[in-house]
Design a protein around this ligand. Structure first.
Ligand code: BG6
Length: 521
């Protein structure tokens, strides 16, 4: 969504960003670099301020040094400390040590905010970003109000990170706490997958092209496959992950959001609420799993064991730091999901995600139905279904696989790919998801944030699976680190006569696809 007027508003009336959790990983890796890119690209004028907040004491110099290092390490743009541009940028950053439970600290914060607004000419617009554990959201929201921070002249918005709860009841409780202070339209729930360039491209590709939309239904599409594979293990997040697992960590949010983007109806207007209404309809149409047996048939879970990864032996999940040695938490899951509406009845959406898989990649493959028998089938040589593939990361692009005559042969057919490699055209220096989302929140565009009804429906769907899994763990499979996951995930598709398509064209070993990539389009 492009909100042109709001772009100017951000520059003209300015904004104060309050970053709770300013000494944490997210601030360092994503938020400070994102703010710097927005500044470098002129999306923020001099009318902005950033207040870093955490319990730890930091002097102004130490905080500026933290911000500098984070930008140096993670930002898209190079930075040098001894330039006028850097000095101008960093003077907008202040740090305050704060105890989340002390209302006096929030009153002090209110004083700081007023001073900064005066100093930089900001019209009382406040964006509170909670890069914190969710159990602290309620206290922060309450104290923001008690400390007077919401009595500002302009707007105030709350940006919160996942996980939004652990299940539906805990999410409801959390939502109630926040909604006691903020209106729904003031709450921006982050799902950073929605900030990715190619995820945002899905609706454009679907709705702006005459040759996709007419085919986008159960008459022509055989199945849709969504893969979010990761090479990393649980790293230093064992404590959190062992409690959460792949279904809650990736399934409830990123994966179901991608299903909604693929399956939603065209919105009546390109406005955030209209788009989110359509996504909610998809979530409502998800066929719920009702029995334990159904879940066993449709959902596969796995946990990685020791294995060779990029030429190195890596430990199994149960040996990871802060993971219970007898843990039954899944590090992989795959599911066959149905969207039971007029458009999609009968089309399986296969989704899978896992840690310690061979490649870091996110791809969506649309597999079209085979052509009815025709004269070309007589040659049978390599006739394959048409595919449309969205490559979300690490390379960004789209390709279409079609059948064509093998040049020089007597009518033999080979599959060829028409490949639009976006990263090859514009390079990898496209805005990061956090950059887009932070900017969208500042200009009041909530399209790519999740609304409460989406979150609640997604939990409802996932909770049934989690509840069945908690009854017994007989169906937990293992897979060696560095492999493509448990056998059950292959069987899930094989039973329907399908298989997972290679991601990045690499899974199959030798690629059969011929790539025609024009140097210039
Ligand atoms: C996060 C999950 O939401 O997404 C992590 O908590 C996961 O476990 C990460 O590693 C993946 O994000 P990306 O952008 O690297 O694909």
């Amino acid at each position: 969504m492009m909100l042109e007027t709001n772009q100017e508003a951000v520059k003209q009336s300015g904004v104060v960003f309050f970053i709770f959790g300013a000494t944490g990983d997210l601030a360092r890796r994503k938020l400070f670099p994102a703010l710097y890119s927005l500044y470098r690209e002129g999306k923020l004028s001099e009318k902005f301020a950033v207040v870093g907040l955490a319990r730890r004491e930091r002097s102004p110099e130490q905080f500026h040094e933290d911000v500098y290092r984070s930008i140096q390490e993670f930002a898209r743009y190079k930075v040098s400390e001894d330039t006028e541009e850097w000095r101008r940028f960093v003077q907008h950053f202040v740090y305050l040590s704060l105890d989340i439970n002390r209302v006096e600290d929030f009153k002090q914060l209110q004083g700081t905010a007023n001073q900064l607004e005066k100093k930089f000419g900001i019209a009382g617009n406040r964006l509170f970003y909670l890069a914190l554990a969710p159990d602290l959201f309620g206290s922060v929201a309450h104290n923001l109000k008690a400390g007077g921070l919401l009595e500002c002249e302009g707007w105030h918005r709350l940006v919160i990170e996942k996980p939004f709860g652990f299940d539906l009841p805990s999410a409801e409780k959390l939502n109630k706490e926040i909604r006691g202070v903020f209106e729904e339209h003031e709450i921006y729930r982050i799902d950073h997958y929605l900030g990715k360039e190619m995820v945002q491209n899905i609706d454009v590709i679907r709705f702006a092209n005459a040759f996709f939309e007419p085919l986008w239904n159960n008459k022509y599409i055989a199945n849709i496959q969504i893969t979010l594979s990761e090479t990393v293990g649980v790293e230093e997040r064992g404590g959190y992950y062992d409690h959460s697992g792949a279904l809650r960590d990736m399934g409830q949010n990123h994966m179901l959001q991608m299903v909604t983007m693929m399956a939603m109806e065209p919105p009546s207007r390109l406005l955030p609420e209209d788009i989110r209404d359509e996504k909610v309809k998809v979530l409502r149409s998800l066929r719920p799993f009702t029995t334990r047996e159904e879940i066993r048939q449709h959902v596969v879970r796995g946990q990685y064991t020791e294995g060779m990864h990029n030429g190195k032996l890596v430990q199994g999940y149960r040996e990871e730091d802060k993971v219970h040695p007898a843990s039954v938490t899944e590090t992989y899951f795959a599911a066959k999901v149905y969207v039971d509406n007029f458009r999609w009845a009968g089309v399986p959406f296969y989704i899978r995600t896992g840690k310690r898989l061979p490649l870091k990649t996110t791809e969506v493959v649309v597999e079209f139905k085979n052509m009815p028998d025709n004269i070309y089938h007589a040659h049978k040589t390599n006739l394959q279904p048409n595919l449309l593939v969205f490559r979300v990361q690490p390379m960004e692009g789209i390709y279409i696989k079609i059948n064509a005559k093998n040049p020089g042969s007597e009518g033999a057919i080979i599959p060829v790919a028409m490949d639009f490699c976006q990263s090859c055209q514009v390079g990898l220096n496209t805005p990061e998801a956090y950059e887009r989302l932070l900017y969208d929140a500042a200009r009041g565009d909530s399209t790519y944030f999740t609304r409460w009804d989406e979150v609640a429906l997604a939990w409802k769907f996932v909770d049934r699976i989690a509840a069945a899994w908690s009854e017994d763990d007989r169906d937990l499979e293992t897979y060696a680190a560095g492999s493509w996951g448990p056998k059950g995930a292959e069987e899930l598709l094989a039973r329907d006569g399908f298989s997972w398509w290679p991601v990045n064209g690499q899974e199959a070993g030798e690629s059969v696809w011929v790539t025609n990539r024009p140097d210039k389009l």
